[in-house]
Design a protein around this ligand. Structure first.
Ligand code: PGA
Length: 249
């Protein structure tokens, strides 16, 4: 039985002061032992958010990292820095990183390998555009993203990772994929992992749905056999996030 994982993706929101306030507001609302709860926050918020979350079930994650240990990479955050800060999760290859910061399947793969090397669980994002969905190439596209992301990742490592399926057309648009659409792709991702590795790896890996998840649609999405939680943007900044995390109560 896979444990559900529900992660907030704060994106470029919340100053350090606001971050502490938000953690304090959400703390009593996200107390659900049955799910792993992660707040992926801007780099500058990681340390204060961790302090605020101390003693709770909230894990603080990062939204990105670079694939080198250290060096002349002005402005980047290294896996070593995240590890030292106690970060256990990092979002890799979000569609906004791919669109605005030129990330590719190849850089995603490098980052995934580095995160694993440092004991950080990558939340590996994939997803199709509206054009791709209309062209009927969604599954082919996602399979390619997954195959490249997992290059040189061992089965034992793959089992510990999290995949977030986020159709780009559903992100921040209020337009959620239907439960059937979300389940279809998450099942295809699991099948793809089964092909790359084996049945045990496919059964172990956790696959989230992301894209306009809210308090009203979370329970139905998370009840699908291949959807093991969600990656939540807009709604993770509001008390509603508590309802999403406690979808089963
Ligand atoms: P959204 O964002 O929930 O605001 O659609 C999801 C995401 O980008 O991870």
């Amino acid at each position: 039985m896979r444990k559900k994982i529900i992660a907030g993706n704060w994106k470029m929101n919340m100053t350090p002061t606001e971050a502490v306030n938000l953690v304090n507001t959400l703390k009593p609302l996200v107390n659900n032992e049955e799910v792993d709860v992660v707040f992926c926050v801007p780099a500058i918020d990681i340390i204060p958010a961790m302090e605020a979350a101390k003693g709770t079930n909230i894990h603080i994650g990062a939204e990105n990292m670079y694939f080198e240990e250290s060096g002349a990479y002005t402005g980047e955050i290294s896996p070593k820095m995240l590890e030292d800060a106690g970060v256990k999760y990092v979002v890799i290859g979000h569609s906004e990183r791919r669109e605005y910061f030129a990330e590719t399947d190849e850089t995603v793969n490098k980052k995934v390998l580095k995160a694993l090397e440092h004991g950080i669980t990558p939340i590996i994002c994939c997803g199709e555009s509206l054009t791709q969905r209309e062209q009927g190439i969604t599954i082919d596209w996602i399979r390619q993203q997954i195959k490249i992301a997992f290059l040189n990742v061992t089965a034992d490592q793959a089992k510990t990772t999290v995949i977030a399926y986020e159709p780009i057309w559903a992100i921040g648009t209020g337009k959620t994929a239907t439960t059937e659409q979300a389940e279809e792709v998450c099942a295809a991702i699991r099948a793809c992992i089964g092909e790359i590795y084996d049945e045990a790896t496919a059964e172990a890996i956790r696959i989230q749905y992301g894209g306009s998840v809210n308090a009203g649609n979370a329970a139905e999405l998370f009840a699908q056999p291949d959807i093991d939680g969600g990656l939540v943007g807009g709604a993770s900044l509001k008390p509603d996030f508590g309802k999403i995390v406690c979808y089963n109560q």
